[in-house]
Design a protein around this ligand. Sequence first.
Ligand SMILES: Nc1ncnc2c1ncn2[C@@H]1O[C@H](COP(=O)(O)OP(=O)(O)O)[C@@H](O)[C@H]1O
Ligand SMILES: [Mg+2]
Length: 365
Amino acid sequence: MACVSFRNVRKDYGEVKCIHDFNLEIYDREFVVFVGPSGCGKSTALRMVAGLEEITEGDIFIGDVRINDVKPKNRNIAMVFQNYALYPHMTVYDNMAFPLKMQKKNKREIEERVKSAAKILGIEEYLHRKPKALSGGQRQRVALGRAIVREPNVFLMDEPLSNLDAKLRVQMRLELKELHRRLQTTIIYVTHDQIEAMTLGDRVVVLKDGLIQQVGKPYEIYQKPQNVFVAGFLGSPTMNFIRCQLISENNELHAKTQGFSGKLSNEQKEKLKEYKEKDIVVGIRPENILFNLEEGIKYGNLINANVDVAELVGADTFIHLKTGAQSISALVKSDYGIIEEKPIQLTFKSESLHLFDINTEKAFL
Ligand SMILES: Nc1ncnc2c1ncn2[C@@H]1O[C@H](COP(=O)(O)OP(=O)(O)O)[C@@H](O)[C@H]1O
Ligand SMILES: [Mg+2]
């Protein structure tokens, strides 16, 4: 079994408080991704599992063993870093065999394990090459291989794809997903890239300033972000946020500001009935901005806007609009044919509005 539990974990670097009250249960064979902006404590959280950082307070368990005081080499984990640091003078084979030699495994077992890992990673033909004769992607595969041969209970990966170019990253992302399926091992993966997090994770843990903001399946977090930070961090282009006042009219609640008005659904109305006349933050994702006016009439949300700029990004076009004082981004299919600097009407479903408390920035879920 290789569940990993963080129980009330805290990490300070002297005066610097890095991780606070970190509680998380990672299940056996789960692929969990820690995501958040640079400096939020992702690497520190991972390094505490690896035994590269001491735990200031709280406990970490692997299976049912409390590992706080277990030596790194006895934790049965393997870590893969961003800069994969292969030994330049050793062949791929020797690089992969190295951790097993350190463990004093016999030659036959080393050979079996290296060959089996090389097969999984599709690098069998490169075993006799030196790292400098490999591409970035191949080198990263060797680094993964060096972790795989150890047959760890838990893989810890700290931004392992960051040094690769964009195309290779996409390819390696798919390979990692496939690798996880084959290895059937727990993986904790750290990245600042929200797309990597959403595509790789069985579950995603969003971090900010050393605090867990939300834990959930990728789509769950995307659909129901629990606060403004998570809402803005996941999704590209990012969610629009508009400060509105809640106005009661004809028995309905409307979120209004100059140039923007959205009617709340019945469910939203029920939840926010105490907030009449108060200010809230309204969030709407660019892909939820629609331009079909018939639908708009049905939803009761119609807004006049001007197109500032339309950016073609292939199949989709990213549209920057102005409505009164508000700048709003929308995402449409490129064949939709929206022309720049043209008055237009936009609409949206009330259900696609995300509503947040202006003070706590928490969602009214
Ligand atoms: N050895 C250290 N000494 C002091 N502060 C550190 C040390 N390592 C990391 N930190 C601080 O802890 C915070 C989290 O760092 P880190 O875990 O590396 O973030 P991330 O991996 O999310 O970018 C940062 O503010 C960083 O400056
Ligand atoms: Mg880091």
